[in-house]
Design a protein. Sequence first.
Length: 367
Amino acid sequence: MKVIMTCGGTGGHIYPAVAIADEIRRRDETAEILFVGSEIGMERDLVPESGYEITLINADGFSRTLRGSIRSVKRVLKGRAQAKELIKSFQPDMVIGTGGYASMPMVSMAEKAGIPCYLQEQNAIPGKTNKFLGRKARRIFLGFEKAGEYFPDKQKLVLTGNPVRSEFVGIDRGKIREELGIPEDTFVVLAFGGSQGAGRLNREMMNIIREYSGRNETRIWLGAGSYYYDAIMTELKEKGMTLGDNIEIWEYIHDMSRRLAAADLIISRSGALTVAEVTVCGVPAIFIPFPGAAENHQYYNAMAVAEKGGAIVIEEKDLENDPLTARIEALRSDRQLLHEMSEASRSCGAEAAVQVICDTIFEDFRK
């Protein structure tokens, strides 16, 4: 079996592709898997770190300026030519796209060559690439039921939830907390805004750090992000704030699965991958959707969990009147509510998503 996985841009597109590739490789050790991404996304680093070969092609979104549009068209045409050449040289049995700029030329050219194509859509509101490519795919695997409203051919749709890497599944919370030296009665808040961080979330967390520093019954962990980390540490120093031993701030969280497992409460954006990992781990969350996300899709991702009782959603515009410190205190003092939220969160998780996706693909492949 020869498979092209095409994805790109952010971890939200890349890691689901890695999870699917891992499961294909687990089922078929002889499978040849080639990732194809764009030259401008995070995949150029994240995919090799996950143990896969990647080829980068020209792919881009369209600009709103005339000059930018002309440049984008040239890149797209070159990307289609590169995709056609890759298909000719690699001769894949299938192409699986999980979104991002590179998916457009790869899936388009593969479908044109008669190669079976599959899509995995992470968000409740599909991205433009997958909306366009939906008619070219044999199957479209949905992370959220709501996404099905945007694809006209309902027979192609398979509601699976979002695939997560195996390291997030079946984690022993008690064991992890013991390894990290966290007493069972210590309340742990984990906040993060993605690999680059989220400025608005970080500003709110500065107030929380000020409130809880030195209060050892509560631990605050903050993944500030590469873009904001230095500025935050400088601000803390300038304000003369000494961090208690219960406060930890990192540029990047390298052991996310362990930190999620150990946490009592998550404060984060609500990208599809974040929501998937949080719910598989069954952690209550306060989601603060990024308001600039296309078609406000992060809000709908978060609401899918909140409606089941597993999360609280606070929009950025409401943070002034709905302070995080009050929310944290309310949850910290109500363990029964936390337990109920945890169960509700876990019910939204999709541990078997990658198995269902690969079951469907392998069944098609054998026909």
